[in-house]
Ligand binder design. Structure first.
Ligand SMILES: [Zn+2]
Length: 233
């Protein structure tokens, strides 16, 4: 009995399917407008990608997100207010490639080199905010934004516990730094839709690993499907 890997390689050799050079590498989804598109330091998005965004009707300043994400954010903020009486605010949503580029070059100017700047700021195209699906969240009552202490606030704890119910995931949890390439950011939520958010929450894993999981499931289906064909009389 051939292993799954042997079968995959045989299929690839027969030209039945394409196989990536590394089965363990997380591959980005093809659909940049899809809910699971992976954007990180490794998988950067073109400067030409600009999603259609609207302003979410929530307190804050940079509330722009894609329409489905904006609606979910409004729903989540309202639920937090109702549940624990905390008013959340949008600190920073959609960020264009151009804006990322400005932020990056300002940082390079300030610290003197790209190597140093890379420690603090993502290169243009590497910020998930470009997808229009990410939001940096804070408590309306707080002056200080986007620090790890948000995770210890009432609002921060509520977001960590409940955001999946509204289709969001905490993208950069503590302990995931080696996978995500980003430090702990309790304020950064990413919209993936309720169905996927529930699955990711249940599996308690970074998006990179979840994509790997569903990719392997898809490959298994191809292998099992081709086996059935072979076994048929
Ligand atoms: Zn963010």
């Amino acid at each position: 009995m051939a292993t799954v890997l042997e079968q995959l390689l045989a299929l690839a050799a027969a030209g039945t399917m394409l196989i990536s050079s590394s089965l363990t590498a997380a591959a980005p989804q093809n659909d940049v407008d899809g809910l699971l598109f992976l954007q990180n330091r490794q998988w950067r998005v073109s400067k030409y990608y600009e999603p259609k965004t609207i302003k979410a009707a929530v307190p804050g300043q940079l509330q722009d997100m894609r329409a489905d994400a904006a609606a979910a954010l409004e729903e989540m903020f309202a639920a937090c207010k109702e549940d624990i009486g905390v008013t959340l605010k949008a600190v920073s949503g959609y960020r264009s490639y151009q804006r990322q580029s400005t932020i990056y070059s300002n940082k390079v100017d300030r610290v003197g080199s790209k190597e140093k700047a890379d420690e603090y700021v993502a290169r243009p195209g590497a910020s998930e905010h470009q997808l229009g699906l990410a939001m940096d969240v804070g408590q309306k009552s707080d002056d200080v934004n986007l620090t790890s202490s948000f995770g210890k606030t009432k609002g921060g704890k509520w977001v960590a516990e409940h955001c999946w119910e509204y289709g969001f995931i905490l993208r950069y949890k503590e302990g995931w730094e080696d996978v995500t390439g980003y430090s702990y950011e309790p304020w950064h939520v990413r919209y993936v839709g309720k169905e996927y958010a529930a699955m990711i929450h249940e599996n308690e894993m970074p998006l990179e690993h979840f994509l790997l999981l569903i990719r392997q499931d898809a490959l298994m289906e191809i292998v099992l499907g081709s086996n059935e064909e072979v076994a048929a009389p």
